[in-house]
Design a protein around this ligand. Structure first.
Ligand code: AMP
Ligand code: ZN
Length: 483
């Protein structure tokens, strides 16, 4: 079965067909680095990871691009409120650049802990200002902009399909437009491409531009960087569901206005929110949980990954420590089952790893579990069903220990729960470094015996014994084995 994705553009499940055979261009909106990522943000990146891994398994070469928003994101997505970076820097007594660096590092520490593979291209907004200016110039040349009070705006009435992604009804929005909306905007949904005058007199990050010294609007960075790395039309764009009505809607408007090509992005994939008992989790209001909070409470980051995989990415998930404990117990029980099988197979397991699955596997019962797993992931990344197949193969007494392990490891290439790595560490395998150090101690012991330093020789034997290594003296040599 081919991969099917729910495309927000059209709101239907659609078979995935890449623009270029065998290749996929994928852009996922990255973090705004003015604070720690909260566990809701991390849900978005676990989804991107599952998507990329699934595409790889299907044989695609994926160019995954992620931006780092280190300039220009105001607390309201629609150009209102405070500058997130500036406010955070002021509160912490640091420069905006220091804040950006610190939280970028912390972000990647979190994603690594969650076993999220690094995107091929990671691009900072501040390093792509020239690309943004070039793109804004194209939009301006094609007549989609106006200058008002020093800022350059995008006029949404010039873009006839504005709001198609979010199925926005502009009339409703106009009627409900909030007070306090920027008076310079001709339409409430118009948005800033370039700020020169704003309420932030002391804006730290400013650049020269044809419209004056200033800084870019938030949305333009994603258009400029995705076009730069993936071309004027590309395959998949992802982000949280909150981005549908404003950020992604505006990204589409400005990208297609600049290039004249439609569609700019062929598949839009949006994750639903993770919410707390009390409601929405928000990075800017401060009341949020980080991965570190969960770790401090004694959970492994992969418990959280397991928790997330237990829900479909298009369902809203309510976070609770109770549910996280459930995930931790489930993961532990999975590892227990893996441990039993590894015990049964010993080193034989390692010999099988990294080889194509044997015919006995693919044609037997185990093969049906893996096929069902792959079908679940191909069906709009249905990870809960995928997990059920993982449990199935590990519970089924009709599946041999070897096949259960092989199947679990194959599934884990997508689930990313470190089952394979966990299984390998359970095998009594001697690393080359360990082997070398044992051999060196055996040589040293032989020399000590020759020099009649029996105390030293016995000490070496005892030290190794404590590490579970037994020495056996044979007539011509000393050999070792695990005790
Ligand atoms: P930000 O760093 O605020 O730009 O957000 C990073 C990503 O997290 C975006 O794709 C957001 O749509 C997504 N996001 C924000 N809050 C949540 C949440 N509570 N649950 C799931 N995704 C979220
Ligand atoms: Zn974006």
């Amino acid at each position: 079965m081919a991969l099917t994705l729910f495309n927000t553009l059209g709101r239907t499940l659609q078979p995935f067909e890449p623009l270029k055979p065998g290749k996929v261009g994928f852009y996922g909106c990255g973090p705004t680095v003015y604070n720690y990522a909260h566990i809701g943000n991390l849900r978005a990146y676990v989804l991107h990871d599952i998507l990329v891994r699934t595409l790889h398994r299907a044989g695609f070469e994926v160019t995954h691009v992620m931006n780092i928003t280190d300039v220009g994101h105001l607390s309201g997505d629609n150009d209102e409120g405070d500058d997130k970076m500036l406010k955070s820097a002021e509160a912490r007594g640091k420069t905006v650049w220091e804040v950006a660096d610190m939280y970028t590092q912390r972000f990647f520490q979190d994603t690594e802990r969650l076993n999220i593979q690094k995107p091929r291209v990671i691009c900072k907004a501040t390093e792509h200002i020239a690309d943004m200016i070039a793109l804004i110039k194209r939009i301006e040349e094609r007549g989609f902009t106006y200058l008002a009070a020093g800022n350059l705006y995008f006029d949404i009435t010039k873009f006839s399909s504005y709001g198609e992604l979010g199925r926005l009804r502009l009339e409703d929005q106009k009627a409900g437009a909030r007070i306090g909306v920027d008076k310079n905007k001709r339409n409430p949904q118009d948005f800033v491409l370039w700020f020169t005058k704003s309420k932030f007199e002391n804006q730290a990050m400013v650049w020269d531009s044809p419209w004056g010294r200033g800084y870019p609007g938030w949305h333009i960075e994603c258009s400029a960087m995705s076009i730069k790395y993936l071309g004027e039309t590309f395959d998949i764009h992802a982000g949280g569901i909150d981005h549908v009505p404003i950020h992604h809607t505006n990204e589409i408007a400005q990208s297609e206005a600049a290039t004249g090509k439609h569609p700019w992005v062929r598949y839009w994939v949006h994750n639903e929110f993770l919410v707390l008992d009390k409601g929405k989790m928000s990075k800017s209001t401060g009341g949020f949980l980080t991965l570190q909070t969960l770790m401090d409470a004694g959970y492994d980051p992969l418990d959280y990954r397991y928790f997330l995989l237990g829900a479909h990415y298009r369902s809203q998930v309510q976070f609770s420590y109770e549910a996280l404990t459930g995930a931790r117990n489930a993961r532990k029980s999975l590892m227990d089952r893996i441990r039993e099988r590894v015990k049964a197979l010993g080193r034989g397991f390692l010999e099988l790893r990294n080889k194509p699955l044997p015919r006995s596997f693919t044609e037997g019962k185990a093969g049906t579990y893996l096929a069902a797993f792959n079908a679940a992931l191909d069906d709009d990344l249905a990870t809960p069903r995928g997990l059920a197949e993982l449990w199935g193969i590990l519970r089924d007494p009709a599946v041999s220990a070897q096949d259960a392990l092989l199947g679990a490891c194959a599934m884990d290439e997508i689930l990313g729960l470190n089952l394979a790595e966990g299984a390998e560490t359970l095998v009594p395998v001697e690393s080359p470094a360990l082997r070398d150090s044992i051999e060196a101690l055996i040589t040293e012991r032989a020399a000590a015996k020759k020099a009649r330093d029996f105390a030293r020789a016995d000490h070496i034997r005892q030290t190794l014994k404590e590490q579970g290594i037994i020495l056996e003296d044979r007539p011509t040599e000393t050999v070792w084995r695990r005790g």
